[in-house]
Design a protein around this ligand. Structure first.
Ligand code: HEM
Length: 487
């Protein structure tokens, strides 16, 4: 088949490119808050390779797992991800606070230098020492959930995400700052409330400034919200960095590498303290909301799939023989234990993804599908949509953790395409820095919950997601917790 140069997609209008599709009446009335539904409609209309133009930049969406593999694999040397321009602009305008753009919005050499400096303590091998803390936090949280569920007659905890935010904050603050907020209390601390609100405002503002350009000329509302909440997290991180620096100086932290992430960074050579504060603040923002939503999605999915939940429960009874036994670090990556738990996690995030996909800029011309895509094009891998399509996954709408078990296949191998369709943390040299931490935190908590409770998703009947840069539930998720001894 000959390679085609014209890629299907909406008509490109002068100045606004393909943005007209979001307009009502003259456009297609696409909803900015349901980007996965928009990209599903586009797939149905144009197929698996779609070209659009935004701010004069060509953007190509790809859905086919082979193409996703091609792009992500080949971009490892130069994993440029063009996003967060406004954040970069803000940080560059404040050299008194920021030494660089920081990990998330930087590119090229600057990004590479930051990544090399900040990645090492987040590697899987380094995380074993933090595991005990995650274990303890989840144990306390499960007790707290017990209290919360007893407040209602039938054991329902309304808006579970709200409580999971507190749990996720505890996890990330203990990892980054070695500090607990002690927020598992029915009298929720103001700091937790403020932080979650600031996080959601920041993500929503980032989504708006991402698709507009007027902030370049004057301070728009979204730009101001972005700057204010960015400074909120920066100052929070700065307080801890300063305290830790003093404690190291006073000899109170004997082995910084074994302490918190910031102590590790502060004791590493050639680190600018402004970069340490920026990274700590980025980890806090990137880490708490995403993990809380992912955990809520897993819990919700188990709560509407009772049969699979029972299989998981039975497996967990073998892995955690006594309900009070701790979940051990070495078992979590074992090939013999928690296998079904890990499969449930992947499968739940396949059905309800926290992010749409991954962005990369092509550094060479590439044939995707049957089309020639030029160097410099922004590629969006549409994993969230593609991984729920029958075109790519058998019975795609069904929650079937078994599809992640090699033993389910006659040749004892997963279908090659499956891992490329489900990439919640991106891929390659720019993969999410929380890739090793976040699943671990969620899986420890889910293991403890399901070992003790039968969970039932009371509402919504069908979960619908909306986009605030990441995906969040459209309405509160209410979960009933029924103690297993009463079942
Ligand atoms: C379920 C939870 C999470 C999801 C779904 C998620 C998803 C992602 C994705 C898709 C990317 C882009 C990766 C790429 O371009 O290949 C990313 C980047 C990033 N994530 Fe996460 N993330 C999660 C949790 C976390 C946590 C817990 C942390 C912090 C400990 C974190 C820190 C970061 C950072 C710093 C980046 C930027 C990395 C870079 O550009 O070099 N994330 N995340």
């Amino acid at each position: 088949m000959s390679v085609k140069k014209i890629i299907p997609g909406p008509a490109v209008w002068p100045i606004i490119g393909t943005n007209w599709t979001f307009y009502p009446i003259i456009g297609k009335g696409y909803d900015q808050d349901r980007l996965h539904e928009v990209f599903l409609s586009k797939f149905r209309e144009y197929g698996p390779v779609i070209k659009e133009v935004h701010k004069k930049q060509a953007i190509v969406s790809i859905y086919n797992p082979e193409d996703i593999f091609k792009v992500l694999y080949s971009s490892q040397k130069d994993p440029t991800r063009l996003s967060h321009y406004a954040l970069l602009h803000f940080r560059r305008s404040r050299p008194d606070l920021f030494a660089s753009g920081g990990l998330v919005p930087s590119q090229g050499e600057e990004w590479h230098r930051l990544r090399m400096n900040f990645q090492p303590p987040l590697m899987a091998s380094q995380l074993k020492k933090t595991f005990g803390t995650f274990e303890k936090i989840s144990e306390e949280f499960v007790e707290y959930l017990g209290e919360l569920s007893q407040k209602s007659i039938d054991g329902t905890v309304p808006n579970i995400v709200y409580s999971l935010h507190d749990w996720a904050l505890e996890n990330i603050c203990s990892l980054v700052f070695d500090s607990r907020l002690d927020n598992f209390s029915t009298k929720r601390k103001k700091i937790c409330y403020d932080m979650v609100e600031a996080g959601e405002t920041l993500l929503s503002a980032l989504k708006i400034v991402e698709v507009t350009t007027n902030w370049k000329y004057y301070e728009t509302k979204a730009y101001r919200q972005m700057a204010t909440t960015e400074l909120y997290f920066y100052n929070f991180a700065k307080t801890y960095v300063e305290k830790t620096r003093k404690a190291i100086g006073d000899g109170l932290i004997k082995n910084p590498a074994e302490h918190s992430l910031i102590a590790y960074y502060l004791s590493s050579p050639n680190m600018d303290v402004r970069d340490i504060i920026t990274t700590a603040s980025d980890l806090l923002v990137a880490g708490h909301l995403t993990t809380a939503y992912a955990t809520a999605f897993v819990l919700y999915t188990l709560g509407i799939n009772e049969t699979k939940q029972e299989i998981l429960y039975n497996q967990l009874c073998k892995d955690i023989p006594d309900v009070n036994d701790p979940v051990k670090a070495e078992d979590m990556s074992s090939t013999k234990k928690y296998i079904y738990l890990r499969a449930c996690y992947k499968e739940a995030l396949r059905l309800n993804a926290v992010t749409l996909g991954t962005g990369r800029v092509l550094s060479t011309d590439m044939v995707l599908g049957n089309y020639l895509v030029e160097k410099g094009t922004v590629i969006l891998t549409q994993n969230q949509v593609a991984s729920t399509l029958d075109e790519y996954v058998d019975n795609a709408k069904e929650f079937k953790p078994e599809r992640w078990l090699k033993s389910s296949y006659p040749n004892k191998m997963l279908p090659q395409s499956l891992p490329w369709l489900v990439l919640p943390f991106g891929f390659g040299t720019r993969v999410c820095l929380g890739k090793n931490i976040s699943p671990l935190q969620t899986q420890i908590l889910i293991a403890k919950i399901i070992r003790r409770y039968r969970v039932v998703s009371i509402s919504p009947k069908k979960l619908r997601l909306k986009t605030i840069l990441i995906n969040v539930p459209d309405e509160p998720i209410n979960i009933q917790f029924i103690p297993r001894e009463n079942v």
